[in-house]
Design a protein around this ligand. Sequence first.
Ligand code: CP
Length: 305
Amino acid sequence: MKRLLTMNELTISEMEHILAEAEQFANGAVWRPQQQTMVANLFFEPSTRTKSSFEMAERKLGLEVIPFDAGASSVLKGETLYDTARTFESIGVKALVIRHEQDHYFEQLLGKQLNIPIVNAGDGCGHHPTQSLLDLLTIKQEFNTFKGLKIAIIGDITHSRVARSNAIALTRLGAKVVFSGPPEWFDENSGLGEYEAIDQAITTSDVVMLLRIQHERHDSSVETNDYLTQYGLTKEREQMMKPHAIIMHPAPINRGVEIDSELVECSRSRIFKQMQNGVFVRMAVLKNVLEQFEGGTLHENSHQK
Ligand code: CP
C-alpha cells in the first residue's frame, strides 16, 4: 500500500491487514521507522479529530511532524496544492496527510513528479478512508464480522464523504448498508444502497450510524428545528433499537439535532471509542505507506548506483 486515497483502492485483504495491525497497536505493539522520518499534515479544512489523531499516531510511531498552517502559508499567495506538496517533498518530508475542501483534490497530485505517499484525510464530499477504517475497526470489535450485519447510515448522505467511504467498504466486506434521513439528501441513483424510512432503519439495524448535517457544504442555510424529531435519534427511537445494536457518529456532533444529547454517551454509543480507534488505525496506515515507500526509495537508490 503506497498511498491511501479512497477505500476503493484497498483490497479486502489490505483492509483486514490494516485492521489487524491497528488492533495490535491498540494492544501496545510498537513500530519505529529505521531512520529519522519527517511527515506533514496539510489541513486546508477545519479538523479536530482527524488532525489531532494523525498527530498522535505520528508521535506514537516516533515520526517527526513538520508543522503546517494553511492560513499562514504561501497558499495565501496563490501557491498550488501540487507546489505545496512538492515543497514538502523537497525539504525531506516522507509522507503527506492531506485534507482539502475540493472533491478528489488528490487527482491534481497524481501522474506528476511527486513521489511520496499521500494519505487522504478527507476530500470535500468525496472520501474519508481513515474514518472508514476506524469505523470498520469499531464494528469488528463489536461483532467480530461484517458479513450479515445491517448498517443504517442516517443523515446528510449527499454531502458526506464518511457515508461514501463506509458504504463502499462495508458492502465489499459483506454487510448490508441502508440509508435514511431527509430524502432530498439521498441520491437514489448513487448506487451506494437503498433508502429506508427512519423508524424501519433504526429498528432493524445492528449499527445506527448518524451523520452531521454539513452546513458548510449546503448552498442555503438548512433549517434544523424539527430535524431531531423527523430524522434524528431520539430517546424513543433508541428504545426501539435491537438489543445489541450500537450507535456510531463520526463527529463533530450537532447535539440535539442528529442525536439527542443524552444518547451521545449512553451504553450503546461507540462514538468516543471510534475516536480512540482512529489513533490506532492511523498508526497502521502510516506504518504501511512508509514501509512500502521506503522499499521503493531503496530500489531507486540502488538503480542510480
Ligand atoms: N470525523 C472527523 O473527520 O472529524 P474532524 O472533522 O474533527 O477531523
